[in-house]
Ligand binder design. Structure first.
Ligand code: SF4
Length: 239
């Protein structure tokens, strides 16, 4: 298969191609969702902060005990630092993370009655919460569409030729304009799934990729189907 040339692509063609690729990825990962376990906005906010520099699977091992012991923002605000550090140790950078969740708890208690605010402009004022984390929480815990421009998302949209930009805020705006708002959260989730499972940073598995014919980066990775199949990473069971 030949690599698609998109150098002379019009904006309309790019939008059509992007939506087609999204539909195929959606069919490939219909069960894509945020892979952090949570049952409340606060739990997702804390889990997202803990996921820095580690895997969601690693965070999910720690959070059942954490959430049982610290059921609300006040509990984090008044936590015994040493006990919390011990609990967070397996997630790495545990001193910084302990500090982050304690100051987050304090800010929520002082400014929002202990509740997680459901607005981007409020969320990003909280300590340790950037746009990416805020959009994860809005999209997955509040059902408010958000684009989560994390490392996978940024790498994939550049490989797809949907953008040439690097700045996450500009990427968010440019990709947001290609899709209806209602698709933003699922788009983020399917791209992150594809990045984790197939379109890896080092060696993408191009030979088994369902969107290869629309991808201008086809061939950056392994194109032999047999070899490509061996590169696939863990697959989560459908929820
Ligand atoms: S795996 Fe290869 S073909 Fe598929 S999206 Fe990534 S770079 Fe493109």
């Amino acid at each position: 298969m030949k690599r698609l040339d998109v150098t002379a692509e019009s904006p309309v063609s790019r939008t059509r191609r992007a939506r087609k690729m999204y539909r195929v990825l959606h069919d490939t990962y219909p069960y894509a969702r945020c892979e952090l376990d949570f049952s409340t906005p606060l739990e997702l906010l804390v889990a997202t902060i803990l996921s820095a520099q580690t895997t969601d699977v690693g965070v999910n091992k720690v959070t059942p005990t954490l959430f049982a012991r610290y059921p609300d923002a006040a509990a984090y605000a008044g936590a015994d630092r040493e006990q919390l550090e011990q609990l967070l140790k397996p997630t790495g950078f545990f001193r910084a993370k302990t500090n982050a969740v304690m100051t987050l708890g304090q800010a929520l208690v002082e400014r929002y009655d202990g509740e997680v605010p459901p607005r981007l402009k409020d969320l990003v004022t909280l300590p340790g919460v950037g746009r990416k984390t805020a959009n994860v929480v809005l999209g997955n815990a509040f059902g408010i569409p958000g684009l989560t421009v994390d490392t996978h998302f940024g790498r994939l949209v550049r490989r797809f030729g949907w953008t040439v930009l690097d700045d996450p805020v500009k990427v968010e705006q440019e990709i947001g304009a290609l899709f209806p708002r209602k698709d933003w959260t699922m788009l983020s989730n399917v791209l992150i799934f594809h990045g984790r499972r197939m379109c890896h940073a080092k060696k993408p598995a191009c030979g088994v990729c369902p969107i290869a014919r629309w991808c201008p980066s086809y061939g950056d990775g392994e194109t032999d189907p047999e070899k490509a199949r061996k590169l696939l990473k863990y697959e989560m069971a459908p929820a």
